[in-house]
Design a binder for this molecule. Structure first.
Ligand code: 13P
Length: 340
């Protein structure tokens, strides 16, 4: 298969009605934080046990088309010796891989950060592909503060994201491009929208400069929401309308799907927001999910590191995946929350 056909086949497998992506690619410090919240030590064996358990959720492939894994997970296996990427394939789920190496302070831009990991990326991708990965993810973050994000941070991060995406496509790996304007702070929804518009615009400008094929990538953005320290909350309708407005201004119609991150929203709010977006007028792209916390939080709470809770853990993940699958059609209702 030539590279363009290979990329298209992966896009077709990832972008399906009623389905979205599970982000299970927490880095070592992040998974340690998630485990700490449920009183579990973050050892390699505990991470393997937990991730094998959630990926083995019966019929997860009904609502999940792709899973983003962390590097360590690509090389791990179930108790029966099935590699975790192979377990995904058995579930009819495409395995993917987080490839950025986290972020550092951006010199000469106080308060801003830049994501790392371009050096050696081509070689790493070849290895990940041999381990079964067909798509990748790279996350850039933008902090909203009085003076941030600076123009320098917006431009430098866009350049890095575009270089990553171009390197992925050259290797036949579909890039998920993730610019995340963070929810931290007390800013308004309007400020989040202004910053996001500037960020997304610059990202697509850079993707164009680097000749990234927009048909063969996915965008993973934040929703337009007020900062979490802002006492004013926004309704799902307000979030949906503002989010779609900003995306329509900045994201070309050639992009097949927009898969939101949950970014600290509760599972219920993340589902409700996506649901309303899918009730608005038809858009040029699919509006879907690529949630980490909003899919996994109830499962982690149910698990608590105890094998006795295996079934409850899988049931909790299945339920969130199912509700987000329903939200893809705009047919979710709060009353569905109790039907476990
Ligand atoms: P959240 O949905 O928890 O924000 O995670 C998505 C993700 O992949 C962040 O990089």
């Amino acid at each position: 298969m030539n590279i363009q056909d290979e990329l298209q086949a992966t896009i077709d497998a990832l972008v399906q009605k009623g389905k979205g992506i599970l982000a299970a690619d927490e880095s070592s410090p992040t998974i340690a934080k998630r485990f700490q919240a449920i009183g579990v030590e973050s050892t390699e064996e505990n991470r393997r046990t937990y991730r094998s358990l959630i990926l083995a959720t019966p019929d997860l492939g009904e609502f999940i088309s792709g899973v983003i894994l962390f590097e360590e997970t690509l090389g791990q296996s179930t108790d029966d010796g099935v590699t975790l990427p192979e377990l995904c394939v058995q579930q009819d789920i495409v395995p993917g891989i987080k490839v950025d190496k986290g972020k550092l302070a951006l010199p000469n831009a106080p308060g801003d950060e830049i994501s790392q990991g371009l050096d050696g990326l081509e070689l790493r991708l070849k290895g990940y592909k041999q381990q079964g990965a067909r798509f990748a993810k790279w996350r850039d973050v933008y902090h909203i503060n009085k003076a941030t994000p600076s123009l320098l941070a917006i431009q430098a991060n866009a350049e890095v994201l575009a270089r990553y995406a171009a390197i992925c496509q050259a290797q036949g790996i579909v890039p998920i491009v993730e610019p995340e304007v963070l929810i931290d702070g007390d800013h308004s929804l309007t400020r989040c929208a202004e910053v996001s518009e500037a960020v997304f615009h610059e990202v697509f400008h850079a993707l164009h400069r680097h000749h990234v094929v927009l048909e063969h990538m996915l965008l993973k953005p934040n929703m337009m929401v007020p900062g979490k320290l802002n006492p004013q909350t926004a309704s799902p309708h307000e979030v949906a309308v503002q989010t779609v407005k900003i995306l329509r201004r900045t994201v070309p119609a050639a992009v097949p799907s927009i898969n939101f991150l949950s970014g600290g929203l509760t599972p219920e709010v993340a589902t409700a927001n996506l649901n309303v977006m899918n009730q608005l007028d038809p858009q040029p792209w699919e509006l879907s999910f690529s949630y980490g916390r909003a899919l996994q939080e109830p499962a982690l709470q149910a698990w608590k590191g105890d094998a006795v809770n295996a079934q409850k853990t899988q049931a909790a993940l299945y339920q969130r995946a199912r509700l987000n699958g329903i939200a893809r059609y705009g047919k979710y209702g709060e009353d569905m929350e109790s039907n476990l």
